[in-house]
Design a protein around this ligand. Structure first.
Ligand SMILES: [Ca+2]
Ligand SMILES: [Ca+2]
Length: 182
């Protein structure tokens, strides 16, 4: 076989190895790499559970400390939830679960823009039905830093984690307000 053919095969092999290791690392470690379709796929086993709240937020405006809430709707099936995301053209920014290790999704927070240096979100008072219940959470769409608080208005004990928080530790069943940022 010619040297140039061998070189071509070696180059192809190297490209394959680099691409394979890059994608396997990025998909397993970073929640922010999950696409919306992956998130919806994960929801499908509990499609008819009607346990999900959908809360559409605005990014925090300059000189304000909390996101304005555009819409809150609870008791959705996962099909209805998916429709909400699509029709509002919003990104998944944060999901909270009733139990640790991402079990029993209770609320989805959505926003019109990904988090960035200038875009972040916060809720000063959790919807009543999910107040003092969250025990794990995942953030998406560039919203890397999660901070949860015991009291409303970002007061009291707090706990912070990044991307995937399998437990909020001492804040489990106490989360009443939160912030996320890039
Ligand atoms: Ca809980
Ligand atoms: Ca609380």
């Amino acid at each position: 076989m010619k040297n140039s053919t061998w070189d071509f095969i070696k180059t192809l092999t190297m490209v394959y190895v680099i691409l394979t290791s890059f994608f396997s690392t990025s998909s397993s470690v970073y929640a922010n790499a999950a696409t919306q379709s992956e998130i919806f796929f994960n929801l499908k086993p509990s499609r008819e559970s009607r346990n999900n709240c959908f809360v559409l937020l605005e990014p925090i405006r300059e000189d304000e400390v909390e996101s304005r809430i555009i819409e809150v709707v609870c008791g959705l099936t996962n099909v209805e939830l998916e429709t909400k995301y699509r029709t509002s053209s919003s990104y998944v920014v944060l999901q909270f679960y009733d139990d640790t290790n991402y079990n029993n999704l209770i609320v989805n927070f959505a926003g019109p823009q990904r988090c960035s240096a200038t875009v972040s979100y916060s809720v000063s008072s959790m919807p009543t039905s999910v107040n003092n219940r969250a025990s794990s959470g995942s953030s998406y769409s560039g919203c890397y830093n999660i901070m949860v608080f015991d009291l409303s208005n970002f007061a009291g004990d707090s706990y912070s984690c990044q991307d995937n928080c399998p437990s909020f530790g001492a804040l489990n069943d106490r989360v009443s307000s939160w912030r996320i940022s890039n």
